[in-house]
Design a protein around this ligand. Sequence first.
Ligand code: PNW
Length: 458
Amino acid sequence: MTAQLPRLPKGFLFGAATASYQIEGAVDADGRGPSIWDTFAHTPGAVAGGDTGDVACDHYHRYAEDVALLAQLGAGAYRFSIAWPRIQPDGKGGVNAAGLDFYQRLVDELIDAGITPMATLYHWDLPQPLEDAGGWRERDTAERFADYAAIVHEALADRVPYWITLNEPFCSSFIGYAEGRHAPGAQEGHGALAAAHHLLVGHGLAVRAMRAQRKNDERFGITLNMNHVTPATDAPADVAAAARAELLANRVFSDPVLAGRYPEGEAELWSPISDFSFRRDGDLALAHEPLDFLGVNNYFPQYAKDAPSQEPDLSRRVATDIGVVDVPPASLPQTAMPWPAEPDGLRRLLVWLRDSYPDLPPIYVTENGAAYPDTVLDGTVDDQQRIAYLDGHLRAVAQAVDEGVDVRGYFCWSLLDNFEWAYGYAKRFGLVYVDYPTQQRIPKASYHWYRQLIEQHA
Ligand code: PNW
C-alpha cells in the first residue's frame, strides 16, 4: 500500500507543532489573565459554533499524556507556544510564578522524553489589558513584548535551544486589525499597518533582549507564514496584482527581516490610507536583527487576479483591500478550509526565498498540514487525504533541499486536533484525533504514517 516514503537528509529534524490558546484550556487556572482571544471568542458571532478555547484539549492538565504521544511518534522536536497572560496577566509588571511553572513542567517532560523544545513566545494571545491600551497599534506593546520575552527566556533558556519570537505576524496584524476575522476583530487601514510595524519592532527588541542574556548556544528566529504567488494570467493587470499580493503576503515582513528594507512599492500601495508615521529611525535595524533561523509556515499557494477595491471611501478602506482576488486553478484539490493543496507551491516558495534573499538563514518549516473531515470508525481514523498531503509536501521539501535550499526541519501542524481560531473545533488538523466530550486522544492513520517516516530516518 504505502510506496516509498519521502526521504530527507541525515540529521533533519522532524516534529509537530501546537499553540497555547488552541490546546491548553484552563483559562482561569493559576492566575492566568484574559487574552484578546478570550474576549474575541466570547463575542457572539466571532467564532463558528460559538466555540471558545475555555477547555480546548485540556492540555494544561493533560500535557504529560500529550508529550507521551510525541515520544511514541518518535518526534525529535516539539514546537509549542507560551501564553503571555499566564506569565504576566496584565501584560506587564511582575511574573506570575504559577503560570511560568506550567512551562517548566512541560519542558522538563519533553527533555525527559528526549524531545527538543522549540518555544514560540507569541502565538496571538495578547494580554487584554495591552489591547485596551491600543494593542499592537502602539509602540509600547513592542516594548512590553521584549520585557516578557526576557522573562521567559531567563527562566527556560537553559533547556530550550530554539526560540521563536512571533508566529505569523501577518495574521496578528492583517487578519486581526484589517480583516477582523481574528482577535481583536478590528477593521482598519492605518491601524493594521501600525500593528504590522510594531510587531517587527517587538521582534527585534525581543531578540536583542534575549541575546544579551544568552545562556547556551540557543538559536533565535521568527516564524512567517508565506505563500508562493503566481499571476492568475499573464495579463499585465494580473502580473501587477501578483506583485501587490506578494508584498502583502510575504514581503511586508520578509523584506525588513531578511534584507533590512521596506518592500519596494509599499508606501505607494498604502499611501491612500496611511502616512507611515509610526516608522522611526533604527526600526529597520531592529527588524533586521541577525537571525539564527527562519521559521516558515505554509499551507497553500496563491494565484492573484486584479480586482476592484471593495471600498471607495478611503477613510473606511482596510489594509488588506489591495485590489486582488485569489483564484486557484480549479484542477487543484481542496482541503476542508477550503485551501488548495499543491505541494509544489511549497517547493517554489522555498526556492523563491533562497533566490530573493542572499543572506537567508537556515529554514525550519515550522507548520504545514491540512484539515479534513475526519471521522472515527471502529476506534480508528483513516485519514488517507492527510497522508497524501503530508507525503506530497515532505517530498516538496526534499526537492527544495536537492535544489540547494538549506531546510533543516519540518513540523507538522498539528499534533492534536484543536481550536482552529475563527472555525472553532469544526476543522481538524491533528495527527491525533481529539474526542472533545471525553478528551480521548486517538492517533490517526497519519500519525502512524509519520511515525514510520521518522523511524526510517533514525
Ligand atoms: C496558522 N490564512 O494560521 C496558525 O499558525 C495556526 O495557529 C493555525 O491553526 C494554522 O495555521 C491552520 O490555520 C493561519 O487565512 C490562519 O491564510 C489563517 C491563515 C493562514 C494561517
